[in-house]
Design a protein around this ligand. Structure first.
Ligand SMILES: CC(C)(COP(=O)(O)OP(=O)(O)OC[C@H]1O[C@@H](n2cnc3c(N)ncnc32)[C@H](O)[C@@H]1OP(=O)(O)O)[C@@H](O)C(=O)NCCC(=O)NCCS
Length: 174
């Protein structure tokens, strides 16, 4: 497998694959009623919250994506947790707001590559910390991935998803 991370799609149809992947991956915690809800959430991240989007390819095949950014909403979500943990909160931070890899390509290093690229870009733009919320708690697939990349637990209540489940919040110094 040769993984390439790009900031644009190779084909317009890859947007559709991204919407499908989002719906399949996040329908439970986000309570999506239909694929349109996934499309709306992606549109909000991209156009309203102005988060950046990275695409992962295995040669010509779309295999995953990650959103990252920072704004008022993210500040609200992570500021108190940072204080509660005892780390110095800086408004110049970053967050991975969404990440998913196509089911058939999981456990091949794609997720890790996407996270590494987000960290590299965030550091270049001056962020000192990066935050993320993992759904599925400590048993979920993403928690182990972020821990293996040196992320640490934040204190506090965690984040409550639309279905009532709790997300574990993590951070890493860049
Ligand atoms: C989380 C996700 C993005 C990981 O992507 P991935 O490409 O499979 O991750 P990687 O192959 O880079 O895995 C890196 C490490 O994470 C851990 N990991 C990944 N998936 C795991 C799983 N299902 N169970 C346990 N550990 C897991 C392992 O330590 C793995 O290293 P290893 O394979 O050498 O043991 C992917 O499982 C996914 O899309 N899940 C659904 C959406 C989701 O949960 N997104 C995260 C929201 S916070």
């Amino acid at each position: 497998m040769s993984i390439q991370i790009l900031d644009k799609v190779k084909r317009e149809s890859d947007f559709e694959s991204m919407v499908n992947l989002t719906y399949q991956s996040f329908k439970k915690p986000s309570n999506y009623k239909s694929i349109i809800d996934a499309e709306i959430e992606l549109g909000t991240l991209l156009y309203e919250m102005k988060h950046k989007l990275l695409f992962a390819y295995d040669s010509e095949k779309f295999v995953g994506f990650a959103f990252h950014g920072w704004g008022k909403f993210e500040e609200h979500v992570y500021k108190n947790a940072a204080y509660a943990t005892g780390i110095q909160y800086t408004p110049n931070s970053a967050t991975i707001s969404m990440i998913a890899v196509t089911p058939e390509e999981r456990r091949k290093g794609v997720g890790k590559k996407l996270v590494e690229m987000v960290m590299e870009e965030s550091k270049k733009s001056g962020a000192q910390h990066i935050y993320v919320t993992c759904f599925g708690g400590k048993e979920g697939s993403s928690y182990s991935m972020f821990k293996s990349l040196g992320y640490q637990d934040l204190s506090g209540e965690g984040f409550c998803y639309q279905d009532g489940s709790k997300g574990v919040q993590l951070y890493k110094e860049l």
